[in-house]
Design a binder for this molecule. Structure first.
Ligand SMILES: [Zn+2]
Ligand SMILES: [Zn+2]
Length: 335
């Protein structure tokens, strides 16, 4: 039997025993799609155009919801499902995230599913507007339109792609370092609180953490005048990359010279203190250039320690997000 057939057999047998697990999972995906499509319309009638890709649309001169509101939720659900299947084939069904999703007994994976809903449905974007008292809306407009220098507009798409990759990965590296500083790590703990590393982990981040990525992506788009097709290509590749870099499937050794691989990213999530603040980038070059590279080695475990550990994976999903924010702005002590 091929790896695909073995994975499918394992999945079919498991689902017979855990029908409820499958239904829950389908429910989360369906709710993410329905809310993700409806929210931009609902919000638009009473207030701002809330869409995770709104700054991109603003740059393109699209100011109202339309068929394009389907793009983000369907693409994200598609990426999640494809990566779950690829991981189940590569690792074997019993060791995959899909197994834990259907089984439903892993708190960390249950939490990942909540963050998938939060992110894909666009509720995370709404939460960002609430937490920033609406200022995020103005920052979006300023980065989309105020930085419109279109420096390489009209050049070959391949040139645009490489410039975009360098700009975004550079911004991603320094934003990630900022998130690891004492001023922002409280927010970034959401991502580092994961105790299972798998393909759903990129969805697990605080809404403001995701928002920072949105700002530098929009800034790169408008600064360089990148074509929408190039941006969509990058976003698609990056979504798959972010999922697969959190899987336990190892990549060929030579890829480490170009990108941070799962073996390198495991160091980033490690509980071993000498691994803290290492391998922060997407392209290995930034970690090597700025002194945060650490070669792959065995990792004792993943997640946070002590009191931080108790603040996450609690199954009190939304309150976790707001309590994390309250600790960050100093409204709540870390007890
Ligand atoms: Zn990090
Ligand atoms: Zn990670």
């Amino acid at each position: 039997m091929s790896a695909l057939q073995i994975a499918m057999t394992g999945f079919a047998e498991h689902v017979q025993l855990r029908k409820r697990g499958l239904l829950n999972f389908i429910g989360v995906l369906a709710a993410s799609l329905i809310v993700g499509t409806a929210l931009p319309w609902l919000m638009f009638f009473g207030g701002p155009y809330v869409d995770t890709l709104a700054p991109v649309y603003e740059f393109l001169g699209i100011k109202t919801p339309g068929m394009h509101v389907l793009l983000f939720p369907t693409a994200m659900v598609g990426v999640a499902v494809i990566c779950l299947v690829v991981e189940a084939i590569g690792l074997g069904y019993r060791d995959s995230t899909l197994f834990l999703v259907i089984e439903g007994d892993n708190r960390s994976v249950r939490s990942d599913l909540f963050y998938l809903f939060l992110r894909v449905s666009g509720v995370a974007t709404l939460v960002t507007f609430v937490m920033t008292l609406g200022t995020a809306l103005h920052v979006d407009a300023m980065t989309a339109l105020g930085l419109d220098f279109s420096l390489i507009h009209g050049t070959h798409p391949v040139v645009q792609f490489f410039v975009l990759v360098l700009a975004i990965t550079f911004c991603n590296y320094w934003t990630h370092r900022l998130l690891h500083s004492r001023w922002f790590f409280e927010l970034h703990k959401v991502h580092h609180s994961a105790e299972h590393l798998g393909v759903l982990l990129p969805f697990r981040a605080h809404p403001l953490d995701h928002y920072l990525a949105r700002v530098y992506t929009t800034a790169s788009l408008s600064l360089f005048g990148i074509e929408p097709s190039v941006l969509i290509a990058w976003m698609g590749i990056n979504a798959f990359y972010q999922s697969m870099v959190h899987s336990k499937i190892d990549w060929p050794k030579w890829t480490e010279y170009i990108v941070v691989t799962p073996a390198l990213h495991r160091i980033h999530h490690s509980t071993e203190p000498r691994h803290f603040n290492k391998n922060m980038s997407i392209l290995t070059i930034w970690d090597k250039l700025f002194g945060t590279y650490h070669p792959p080695e065995d990792v004792p475990g993943y997640g946070l320690d002590g009191v931080d550990r108790d603040n996450f994976n609690t199954d009190h999903y939304l309150s976790e997000v707001f309590l994390c924010f309250a600790r960050w702005i100093g409204l709540k002590r870390n007890t």
